[in-house]
Every structure is written in structure tokens, then in C-alpha cells.
Design a protein. Sequence first.
Length: 255
Amino acid sequence: MTTPIAPPATKTMPVFTEATLDGKCPSGPIESRWERTRFDATGTGDNDGTFESVQARKSYDDWLPALHLRRDLDDDTSIRAALTRSVVRPTFGQLAPGFQIDGDEVEFGNPELKPLRSNNFDLGIEHRFGPASVVSAYGFYKDINNFAYRSNVAGSGLWAGFDEAVTFRNGDRSKLVGLELAYTHAFKSLPAPWNGLLASANLTLTHSKATIRETDPDTGEVVSRRISLPNQSDRVLNLAVGYEAHGWSIRLAAN
């Protein structure tokens, strides 16, 4: 993949407001964030050894509201819920406005990619049982638009005469549902020097559905198919042990 002559420049101008719900009912902050993003990039195209400059520029706006609620069941147990909207911009490599043509094969970035936008709902419970010790369970749901994925568009448009034309596209709507279980414990009740021991575990289970479009290189027809959300693991497990006391801080983690 070609790289830009100059790194892409992305400028974000945020405006942020916040209020708080308080009382015996669930309480928490209400946030509202507006962002305007401007993107400028200059790349280079390699057409079988002939080089040319490629430029791209665009801007877009996002409104990102967030509502976070908390209800304490007792001094050590809380229920939390959140409704949020988030945005994730494509990587510079995906946006790079350049191309590399080698015979009947081409690879190029897509500066017209839209950012991933997601409406999110989280609900969970946590219980605190000592200093730096907590066990929790959280469910979450995400309604996602415009995720980016790698695609071969050979046989269509400008690339009709190519056997391979690899770039990035925006996917259609996708859904993600999951459960996160977490445990963290600091063994402060043990006698010294064992009172510095730490342990944590985190398990995330997810299920996703997404729709992508692919171009048939023989007919040039664009067809849709269902897949799992790209770059999303169904199961993620993280384990860690450590020690933090008497001037020592050690961590050993595995996933």
C-alpha cells in the first residue's frame, strides 16, 4: 500500500456541555458533545512507475450525547446504565489518498470513508468487597453504521479491467451484543509481605452480525452478504496477577 507524501491532518473542534441528575432515583451525568472534523491529506499514486500527486479534503459533524445512570442498592453494590453515541474515525492507512498499480493489480486507500458511528446501551451490576476489590457483570448492545472493511472491487467502475483492486469500503448496518464479566481483588487482609498480591480476570463474550458488499470480478455485479463484524473476537479472556507493596510494582498478564 502506498503511503501519503505527508501524514494526513485531522483537526477536531469539540463543544461540550454537561448536567447532572441527582436524588434518590438513578442519578448521573448527562453529556452532550458536538464535533466538527476536518481532514486534509496528500498522497502519491504509482501507475506502473509513473508517479502523481493525489489530494483529498473533507469535513463532517457529529453530535455525541451520553446519559450515565447509577443506582446504589447498598453501600457496596451498584447498578449502572448508559446510553451513548460514539464515533470512531478510519485509520490513516485506510484513508491514505494514494494508489499503486502493478499491471492488472492495484491497491489504494479510500479518503471518502465515513467514520464508524455507534449507538450504545450498557447495563450492569458491580459489587465492591474490599480495597481495590470488585466483581461485576455488564451487558452491552451496539447499533453500528459505517464500519470499514477490506474489499476487492476489481471488475467495477474504474477498475473494470483489473484482476485485483484492493481498497477499503464502508459496511452497512451491523449489530453487536455482548456480556463482560470482571473480577479484581487486592489481598490486603493477608499478612505482610503477601498483602501486596493482586489478581484480576476479565471475560468478554460477543455476538455480531454485519452486512458487506463485494464485487464479482467476472460480472462486475455488487452482491451483499452477512458476516460477523470484522476484527471482532467472539471471546476475549484476560488474566493478570501482580504485586504492589514495599516499593515493588509487578504485573504479569495473559490474554
